[in-house]
Design a protein around this ligand. Structure first.
Ligand SMILES: Cc1cc2nc3c(=O)[nH]c(=O)nc-3n(C[C@H](O)[C@H](O)[C@H](O)COP(=O)(O)OP(=O)(O)OC[C@H]3O[C@@H](n4cnc5c(N)ncnc54)[C@H](O)[C@@H]3O)c2cc1C
Length: 400
């Protein structure tokens, strides 16, 4: 176990709040609460990425950050580091249906904002947050550490990490991702379903330099997305049935490149090479509650959604904003009143977004000619009606 000062931890330490999970969501709630002045213990078991230099290969996992998430990262003081390391703003978002004529382009100018969002590597967001955390003396980091046991004693949550250190605090926060240890340990159940779909993700080189547009084409097998990255790079996300994704993943780079060229529309610009690749199964999950006694969960620990519209981590950041707001002026961080208010603020929004993603996923896979006609009419209507297009553009940029 290491800390930023590399001094050993005492066997028992007192904090105001313990955060388990130092991914994008956990690191941001730790930083937000640490900046308010709470004493935070942050527990993370995986190595933390460092800021990439210009030549470093691109992280295969990227996020489309909404203006609202960017404003939050700005407030935390980490956005300038992210922006100046490498990121790709997008001002237009084109969506079209491979099975019909429906085609719409959303514009930043419809939202009154300079951009619809930025595409940023996940590891860069996490690295920038951890850099700020290391400079925040209210946060104690327990790296290469994982919880082994938890219980409540009086009005304190007690967490044992690595079977050796006992941390005690008013509140335990679970930001430990979709397979959350905290969610299970505090007795929160969930509802979930599989999509029988996986996302094949590739970071590729392109013959056009960075553009300010994202493309998403819906096919009956799932969407194909093309997202700009800095320089002559882009991120390809190709949703398909799991077996088809696995089969393509087993191809050589040359053969996979041929598949990409054959399958991806020419509007995207020529793909000249593959840098990194992988695939992720897609699962929908929603916790039945976000809170338990002296505990709360957020981000992917509380909900996972179909990533086709790139909303997952944005929802996680909105959870963080709401929780930090609810805890700002409370004397007891574990008080049910504050935690229940957080759940009321976030549950409906998360559920609506999750359901909306399902509607896209299933709506575009149908072979029913009436439904194909209806959805193309829908896209054409959105494209031709400026007020409707403006509303959808605003929703896509995180404005509610
Ligand atoms: C293919 C794909 C594309 C996506 N694209 C987008 C997009 O464009 N935009 C978007 O907003 N979202 C996107 N998402 C979703 C987004 O990646 C997730 O919502 C986001 O990563 C969730 O962040 P998190 O911090 O809650 O969880 P995680 O990223 O899972 O982080 C959890 C952290 O907790 C740590 N941890 C776990 N268990 C323990 C433990 N027991 N002890 C200590 N530490 C622990 C992990 O090491 C990790 O650091 C995409 C997802 C996929 C699969």
């Amino acid at each position: 176990m290491t800390t930023q000062t590399h001094t050993p931890h005492p066997p028992h330490s007192q904090h105001d709040v313990i955060v388990v999970g130092g991914g994008m969501v956990g690191a941001s709630i730790a930083l937000a609460l640490g900046q308010i002045g709470w004493q935070v213990a942050l527990v993370e078991d995986q190595p933390i990425p460092t800021l990439p230099d210009a030549q470093a290969p691109f992280d295969i996992r990227v996020s489309a950050l909404s203006p609202k998430s960017i404003a939050f990262l700005q407030q935390l003081g980490v956005w300038p580091t992210i922006r100046h390391t490498r990121s790709a703003p997008y001002r237009r978002m084109r969506v079209w249906d491979a099975a019909g004529g429906g085609d719409v382009t959303f514009q930043a100018s419809d939202t009154g904002l300079p951009e619809l969002g930025f595409i940023v590597e996940n590891s860069l967001i996490q690295a920038a947050l951890w850099q700020a955390i290391t400079n925040t003396d209210t946060i104690t980091c327990f790296r290469h550490s994982h919880p082994t046991h938890w219980h409540i004693e009086g009005n304190k949550a007690q967490l044992c990490v690595n079977g050796e250190h006992r941390l005690s605090a008013q509140l335990l926060i679970g930001a430990d991702g979709a397979k959350s240890w905290v969610r299970t340990a505090v007795g929160i159940t969930d509802t979930h379903s599989e999509y029988d779909t996986a996302a094949q993700v590739l970071s590729v080189r392109t013959d056009y330099p960075q553009q300010d547009i994202t493309w998403q084409r819906f096919t009956p097998h799932g969407p194909q997305a093309f997202l700009p990255l800095a320089g002559n790079h882009a991120s390809v996300v190709w949703y398909d049935q799991i077996e088809a994704v696995k089969q393509r993943h087993s191809l050589t780079d040359e053969a996979l490149l041929d598949e990409l060229k054959a399958q991806f529309p020419t509007e995207l610009g020529r793909i000249t090479g593959i840098e990194t690749r992988g695939y992720f199964p897609i699962r929908r999950m929603h916790a039945t509650r976000y809170t338990a006694e002296r505990a709360v969960i957020l981000g992917d620990a509380a909900h996972t959604i179909h990533p086709l519209a790139g909303q997952g981590v944005n929802l996680g950041f909105y959870d963080v904003m709401a929780l930090a707001e609810c805890l700002k002026n409370t004397d007891d961080l574990g008080a049910p009143k504050a935690l229940n208010r957080y759940e009321r603020m976030r549950r409906a929004d998360n559920l609506i977004t999750q359901t909306g993603m399902d509607a896209f996923h299933f709506g575009f896979r149908t072979q029913n000619p009436w439904l194909i006609g209806a959805r193309n009419l829908g896209l054409t209507t959105v494209a031709s009606l400026s007020p409707l297009r403006k509303i959808v553009s605003r929703l896509a940029s995180g404005q509610r």
